[in-house]
Ligand binder design. Structure first.
Ligand SMILES: *Cc1c(COP(=O)(O)O)cnc(C)c1O
Length: 421
């Protein structure tokens, strides 16, 4: 008698519905201009690590101090990710367990503060994030957040206003970092303000961590005592988060993550974060970060030449916030028209926006994913012109279809990594 080898069925054999959804999403990602500034294309190597059997392992605790047996191998993955994170960003300690940027922020708040404590963050409508104290978010429900904003004229962070508010409210923590802000953050200035009121400076670099890793945005090292990030934005890793900090805060940060706000870490994602950190330490990644910013600047100039208004007058990062109202259209209508043309962005409020958040006067767009596809200055000018044409033709479906065809040709010429060819 011979034993028949058991061949385990593949996804398409087990669940053709989910397999088909994945296939169609691969197709969508490959055939649109992905310009949501928080999105990117992770490499095949990162995706392989995420899809690995490390997902099976329970590893509550930290390397060498787990609450489960059998962690010798996965401990190596977490140590590798931690070592690479501290080396890349120049900090003493890293926690690579947060499931997302949101979890990273909440863990720091929990580790450093008691409910009801005062903390400062950037106003949502000035470009801040939900986790910087919005009233619908746990951050705003648990802590007394005081918000600073941008100057009405320059649309850049009002550091003098931040200092005045800090002196008035004496926060324990000051959070800098934003989600819809096209300018560099002045970490040195923010630290001076924090020192003035003996607050801890926390930099939330979720959007710009890849630019920082690649040397295209000033680093918070030496300024912020604690830094949080998402790992799937400009850093181009798996969906997740991380915290890096001075050794003084290591224990509080670690306790804020586990047991403070999470149970078992996702070891498959941690391994993928290690892969991401190796990729981000290469000269190729430095070039990528530089090209991402240059591309945003070329795109911004093209849009301005086409009659749009750039919030803050331009960009120093990977993203452009455009006021679309000079072309007689509002944010949500503009973003829908762009999607019909195969250009994926998101509508956004602009500082002091007369429109409600469900409409917005702006569209937020970024270059991280297009730059990952290898696009450069020529393509940015072409894309900027396609965007302007689509906004002018926002009610003309025939014209939007014509633009869609040009988008398809561009996507074919620049295949995205991580997707099947
Ligand atoms: C995206 C973002 C986050 C949260 O990231 P998630 O990974 O989506 O939870 C936090 N802060 C800022 C500034 C962000 O842009």
């Amino acid at each position: 008698m011979t034993a028949t080898a058991h061949v385990e069925p593949s996804l398409v054999e087990t669940d053709s519905e989910v397999a088909d959804i994945i296939r169609r999403e691969e197709d969508r990602q490959g055939t649109v201009l992905e310009m949501i500034p928080s999105e990117n294309y992770a490499s095949r190597a990162v995706i392989e690590a995420v899809g690995s059997v490390l997902t099976n392992k329970y590893a509550e605790g930290y390397p060498g101090a787990r609450y489960y047996q059998g962690n010798d191998v996965v401990d190596e993955a977490e140590n590798l990710a931690r070592d690479r994170a501290t080396a890349l960003f120049g900090f003493d300690h890293a926690n690579v367990q947060p499931h997302s940027g949101t979890q990273a922020n909440m863990a720091v708040y929990l580790g450093l503060m008691k409910p009801g404590d005062t903390v400062m963050g950037m106003q949502l409508d000035a470009g801040g994030h939900l986790t910087h104290g919005h009233k619908v978010n746990a951050s705003g429900k648990l802590y007394n957040f005081v918000s600073y904003g941008v100057d009405r004229e320059t649309e850049t962070i009002d550091y003098d206003g931040m200092l005045a508010l800090a002196k008035e409210h004496r926060p324990k923590v000051i959070v800098v970092g934003a989600t819809a802000y096209p300018r560099q953050i002045d970490f040195a200035r923010a630290r001076e303000i924090a020192d003035e009121v003996e607050a801890v400076l926390m930099a939330d670099m979720a959007h710009i961590s890849g630019l920082i890793a690649g040397g295209s945005h000033p680093s918070p090292a030496g300024h912020a005592q604690i830094v949080t990030s998402s790992t799937h934005k400009t850093l181009r890793g798996p969906r997740g988060g991380l915290v890096i900090c001075d050794s003084k805060y290591a224990r509080r940060v670690d306790r804020g993550v586990f047991p403070g706000s999470q149970g078992g870490p996702m070891m498959n994602v941690i391994a993928a974060k290690a892969v991401m950190l190796k990729e981000a330490a290469t000269p190729e990644f430095q070039q990528y970060a530089r090209q991402t910013v240059e591309n945003a600047q070329t795109l911004a100039q093209t849009l301005e030449d086409a009659g749009l208004r750039l919030v803050s007058g331009g960009t120093e990062t990977h993203l452009v916030l455009v006021d679309v109202t000079p072309l007689d259209v509002v944010g949500n209508v503009a973003a829908t028209a762009l999607e019909h043309a195969g250009i994926v962005t998101n509508y956004n409020t602009i500082p002091f926006d007369p429109q409600p958040p469900t409409v917005g006067s702006g569209v937020r767009m970024g270059t991280p994913a297009l730059t990952t596809r290898g696009m450069g200055a020529d393509e940015m000018r072409q894309v900027g012109q396609l965007i302007a044409r689509a906004l002018e033709a926002h009610a003309d479906e025939a014209e939007l279809s014509k633009i869609r065809a040009e988008v398809n040709a561009l996507c074919e010429a620049f295949p995205a990594p991580g997707l099947p060819r």
